[in-house]
Design a binder for this molecule. Structure first.
Ligand code: ATP
Ligand code: MG
Length: 348
């Protein structure tokens, strides 16, 4: 089959803020995915999706049976939906979630409203469109302030956690000014950091839970999965060396509840093929969903999802194969008969 790998590759640009490209993939990760797809017997073309001309030119001049989509999009509030929306318009099948689920997941507050409607626990929150919004008195300190439409920990550090109104407004101001978007203010959940991979292989299933423990990271000045912790993960000098446990150190009953919550969150947003749900487990064992990532990082060495897959006995090659196979099934494409149905079935 002819597969186009649509990606957003990290660049070096000293004029941009240090976290500007954090959501993008390194060239190495993109090449790892490409060679894995090749190893599965397919033809692969790399398509840098953040260069609009390149993206459009490619699909005007080449055919692809399916796109393996890891593109982050440009900088709109729907950026992760841009490539899938274009592909839907061109009637080209692709892996992963559609533009609707991607836009929804990227808007954390909107996704949280859906979780609430579905009875999925999520921290109490308030959106600050402006820095002079009055704090909802029902919210209990400590609170955490995050930009509403970012990922990879952008705009999140230990100073994002605030203990009084003075600290709150300082952080809200800086989130709005630096990221030019609303600030999401959430109750800070003390407890275990968990993330749950959901992979569909015909049917969506939660993989073993990954627990991330920051108790040995004092030197970093951070105590949760902040931007610095993610960006410099593994750097001993900086103290960004969290410990990973997969499966997480939980009782069977709690683990079942956490997995079920992640699966419900994946389905509530209408994700396809793959997602990773970030959860804080409170001291009384309530799995609070922070967000769902329908485009989780796929760096075979560093990213959480491949780590989880390995713990589940799914080697990287099989992870990529499963994502492709599930998308192909959704579009009713078979390797021999490359016919495609424009109207995709609703597999989640
Ligand atoms: N309400 C909260 N309570 C406790 N910790 C939180 C809360 N919100 C965020 N965090 C911490 O900050 C981290 C990043 O938050 P979040 O997942 O919302 O951001 P993100 O930038 O979208 O992450 P990703 O890299 O997964 O895309 C969480 O993994 C957690 O460690
Ligand atoms: Mg997260």
């Amino acid at each position: 089959m002819k597969i186009a790998l649509c990606c957003s590759v990290k660049k070096k640009d000293p004029d941009k803020p240090p976290d500007y490209f954090s959501e993008f993939d390194s060239e190495e990760t993109v090449l790892d995915i490409a060679s894995t797809i090749k190893g599965l017997g397919h033809e692969v073309s790399l398509v840098e999706a953040n260069d609009r001309h390149n993206l459009i030119n490619f699909f005007q001049n080449h055919s692809a049976d399916i796109v393996f989509n890891i593109a982050e999009g440009t900088n709109s509030r729907f950026r992760e939906s841009e490539v899938p929306a274009l592909l839907d318009f061109l009637n080209i099948p692709y892996t992963g979630s559609n533009s609707f689920a991607l836009a929804l997941a990227l808007n954390k507050a909107m996704a949280k409203r859906i979780f609430r409607f579905e009875g999925i626990p999520t921290p109490n929150f308030q959106i600050f469109h402006r820095a002079d919004t009055q704090l909802d008195p029902r919210l209990k300190f400590p609170l955490i302030v995050k930009p509403n439409y970012e990922g990879s920990g952008k705009g999140i550090s230990s100073s994002s956690v605030v203990y009084n109104e003075k600290g709150l407004y300082a952080q809200v101001n800086s989130a709005i000014a630096n990221y030019r978007q609303e600030a999401l203010v959430e109750e800070f959940i003390e407890g275990k950091e968990l993330t749950v991979g959901v992979l569909a292989n015909g049917k969506a299933e939660a993989l073993p839970i990954l627990e991330i423990d920051f108790s040995e990271c004092h030197k970093s000045g951070e105590y949760f999965y902040s931007w610095k912790m993610k960006e410099f993960q593994g750097n001993k000098e900086m103290g960004c060396t969290p410990a990973f446990y997969c499966p997480a150190r939980l009782t069977e009953e709690v683990a079942r509840e956490v997995k079920d919550t992640a699966l419900r969150a994946h389905k509530a947003l209408g994700c396809f093929d793959i997602s990773r749900t970030d959860i804080r487990l409170s001291k009384d064992n309530i799995p609070y969903v922070l967000e769902v990532n329908p485009l989780p990082g796929l760096d075979p060495k560093e990213s959480n999802f491949p780590m989880i897959a390995r713990a589940a006995g799914i080697e990287y090659r099989d992870l990529i194969k499963t994502i492709l196979a599930n998308a192909m099934e959704r579009y009713a494409i078979s390797v021999n008969n490359k016919s495609q149905m424009a109207d995709s079935k609703s597999y989640s």
